[in-house]
Design a protein around this ligand. Sequence first.
Ligand code: ADP
Ligand code: MG
Length: 273
Amino acid sequence: MPVRGHTLVRGDTGSFHRPVKGGTVVIEGAVKRFGDLEVLKGVSLTIPSGSVTVIIGQSGSGKSTLLRTINHLEPLNAGLISIDGKLIGYREDANILHELKEAEVLRRRVDVGMVFQSFNLFPHMTVLENIVEAPVHVRGRPRAEAEADARVLLTRVGLSDKVDAYPRQLSGGQQQRVAIARALALRPKVLLFDEPTSALDPELVGEVLGVIRELASSGTTLIIVTHEMGFAREVADTVVFMDQGRIVERGTPEQVFSRPVHPRTAEFLSKVL
Ligand code: ADP
Ligand code: MG
């Protein structure tokens, strides 16, 4: 159903300056334990290329852990995750042990970008240096090319005048927009956001959401953990509610926010809406 333009023009860059193509993320029976604590208890979810998925749920329900497994930061104990059919991390069960070599993991991680609550910029580097660091040193792109790209990305996030600034000279909202530009510089198929506005003063939330909103129509697959329910309703193709390591409900924003089926969803929404 053509609900949003970007599902039809996937791969079209819209206002972006070069093709950005999304990746399809398939999560099947993902289990993650920390010692005795089972944090993901068999999570299954298919996320179509170019779509926007918003994950909601109370603190401790496993949202960050799920993002970290998608980004190869945490290996699974069971189940599997793939992007465009390529497995992430490893799968371990009674009969199968599939472990990727470190170099292969690093290569596949390039498909996935992540933006954190705390912007994690390199404090001793300028904005431009922050953005070109990985493309030049990890991917071996020529510096001039990477810098030209970075300037275009900075214009996209409204910071073309901050090329030579240091992170400490920027507001939180500006730093987060640089962090988004930095993630985009690696041309990820999938971009993960873990509470990207939670560390911001309220008046700075809008500028960061505005940048993410624009990315939503770029063709990149977005998976966003957020407590901004109005934003979720507006931008999500699919809303996923997690509770105690499980997906207990998912649907369109309209379904989940207006007609939640599961009592836990209704209870959560009654506290946050
Ligand atoms: P959320 O992002 O939904 O708040 P998290 O994924 O951060 O939830 O955490 C889920 C649970 O896993 C919590 O109980 C948390 O304490 C635990 N947890 C997360 N990371 C680790 C870790 N590295 N070691 C041990 N426990 C962890
Ligand atoms: Mg979290």
